[in-house]
Every structure is written in C-alpha cells, then in structure tokens.
Design a protein around this ligand. Structure first.
Ligand SMILES: [Zn+2]
Length: 106
C-alpha cells in the first residue's frame, strides 16, 4: 500500500466533570466531594473481579478512586488508560451488591 497523503488527524480533547464521591468503592479514605475536571490522561482502570474492568479517576485532593461509567468515556481514552492496583493491595475494593444495599439503607 502507498500513502498518498499522510493525515494528521488528532482526537479532540476530552474532558468530563466528575464529583469525587468514591462511588461504589470501599476505600481507606473518605471522599472529599470536590468537583474535578477529568481529562483523557487522568483515567485509570482497575479490576476488582476477574474479567471485569472498572474505569475511573483518582482524586488529587483525597486520593479516592471514583468510578466513571464506561459509556461516559470515549473508546480511545479507555484504550490508553493505565492499570492501577486491584482489589486488596491498596485498600480499594468494589462493594458487592449486598454491601451497596446496606450502605444505602443507613
Ligand atoms: Zn477527593
């Protein structure tokens, strides 16, 4: 194949406002509820269960992990998201459905 003309397509900048809530995750720290502007390089992924990947960001203020729904993140951002430590090793673990129900009823 020949390249007739080299393209210089760049992905548009991506940003998302996210509230630091530590949503659905049990972690050492309490979330600080700051409003964050998340850019593509801020997204990380982590697995809690095998075959499951969760995307989110780590708050620069309190270091809490806040999960972001996968559908809210463009494919190219997810693709390059670095993996961070998974369950247990750093105090992060995802709440099970049962634990979630309990925390909602408090
Ligand atoms: Zn925070």
């Amino acid at each position: 194949m020949q390249v007739k003309e080299q393209g210089d397509y760049k992905m548009p900048d991506w940003k998302l406002e996210v509230r630091c809530t530590g949503r659905d995750w049990e972690q050492k720290q309490k979330p600080c509820y700051s409003l964050l502007i998340v850019e593509d390089g801020d997204i990380v992924k982590r697995s809690c269960y095998e075959d499951e990947i969760n995307y989110g960001c780590i708050c620069p203020v309190c270091k809490c992990f806040t999960e972001i729904p996968e559908k809210d993140i463009p494919y190219n951002v997810k693709k390059f998201a670095p993996r961070v430590a998974s369950r247990g090793s750093d105090g992060y673990s995802k709440l099970s459905d049962e634990e979630k129900k309990l925390s909602e009823n408090l």
